[in-house]
Ligand binder design. Structure first.
Ligand SMILES: NC(=O)c1ccc[n+]([C@@H]2O[C@H](COP(=O)([O-])OP(=O)(O)OC[C@H]3O[C@@H](n4cnc5c(N)ncnc54)[C@H](OP(=O)(O)O)[C@@H]3O)[C@@H](O)[C@H]2O)c1
Length: 291
């Protein structure tokens, strides 16, 4: 397949390229800079110049492909709602270019949209009002004859260099001189290694069913206290419990995430796609992380 990948220069997208090439596909990656285009060519992909807000570049990239993986996102959290809207429009454009063809489109979503406090599954819809609407945008495109599936990523997609929201917890701990968790710290986050996540994107493209949600979850729930403890050890700062009332002041916008209990299953994903995560877990990765 010729696969158009947006976000191909990013942390996860750059791991998807070798997955696809090793599986025999050709990759066309979206690049918005000369440096990005060069890195794609060095990785064995073809570079397609464009931007998430340049509709024609998305349309032409999708039109020349047999399938699309959409991983790009503008990570400016001060404009999160606006960037979710850009994401929605990008999915509609990519989907229009694939309409009536049955070609696959894999969009990126997150487990953070699931209701907290119980084991989240692939069957669960998002809590009402959750701002990231890639799944809804995918559903509207699926009605037009596109095989759309969504890969839900956990808050920490990790390797030794980066760890999603845990990278932000590390930065905060360095800045404030303490590594904190909320309450008893037994609340949990799911996690996945970047290479396992990349493999799942490839399987979803090849074998995913229309309207399916897949969970890139290798560990159902890592207690936040364990995460805070390893950060404290590695940075040599005290590990401190914050009450829910103190959390907002300490963590800012991260407070909601650090306090949430969000165990998540990937049993259906593993059964349906034969996906088996094999890489290092979050805590061992953090033990050896490049801090
Ligand atoms: N990493 C995690 O732990 C995690 C967790 C949950 C969900 N996710 C989601 O997974 C996806 C990939 O995340 P990531 O960690 O790989 O992010 P990343 O490393 O920040 O990469 C973002 C990608 O999007 C591209 N991009 C940003 N703004 C763009 C624009 N205006 N036009 C075109 N491309 C643009 C970037 O291109 P440049 O290289 O040119 O900047 C890069 O390729 C995102 O949808 C993200 O929200 C990630």
């Amino acid at each position: 397949m010729r696969v158009f990948v947006t976000g191909a220069t990013g942390f996860i997208g750059s791991a998807i390229i070798p997955e696809l090439i090793n599986a025999g596909h050709k990759v066309i990656g979206l690049a918005r800079s000369d440096a990005g285009a060069r890195s794609l060519v060095e990785a064995g992909a073809q570079a397609h110049r464009g931007d998430l807000e340049d509709v024609e570049s998305l349309r032409s990239g999708a039109a020349m492909s047999d399938g699309v993986i959409h991983c790009a996102f503008i990570h400016d959290f001060s404009k999160y709602q606006e960037n979710c809207e850009i994401d929605r429009r990008a999915i509609e454009v990519l989907g229009s270019a694939l309409a009536s063809s049955g070609r696959p489109l894999v969009v990126t979503s997150g487990t953070a949209g699931l209701a907290p406090g119980r084991l989240g599954t692939e069957e669960d819809a998002f809590i009402p009002g959750f701002p990231r609407v890639s799944e809804q945008a995918g559903d509207s495109v699926a009605e037009r004859g596109v095989r759309v599936s969504a890969v839900r990523l956990p808050p920490s997609v990790h390797d030794r260099s980066k760890h999603g929201l845990v990278t932000m917890m590390i930065a905060l701990a360095g800045e404030k001189g303490i590594s904190a968790y909320v309450g008893d710290g037994l609340n949990r986050w799911p996690a996945v290694h970047r290479l396992d996540a990349a493999h799942l994107f490839c399987l979803a493209l090849e074998k995913g069913s229309a309207n399916a949600r897949y969970h890139a979850v290798a560990e159902e729930g890592v207690p936040l206290r364990e995460i805070a403890e390893v950060i404290g050890r590695r940075l040599n700062v005290p590990v401190v419990a914050k009450s829910p009332e103190e959390a907002a002041d300490h963590f800012g916008f991260l407070a909601f995430f650090v306090g949430v209990d969000a165990p998540t299953s990937s049993a259906q994903t593993q059964e349906r796609l034969g996906w088996r995560p094999t890489q290092t877990g979050l805590i061992p990765d953090l033990e050896h992380a490049e801090l």
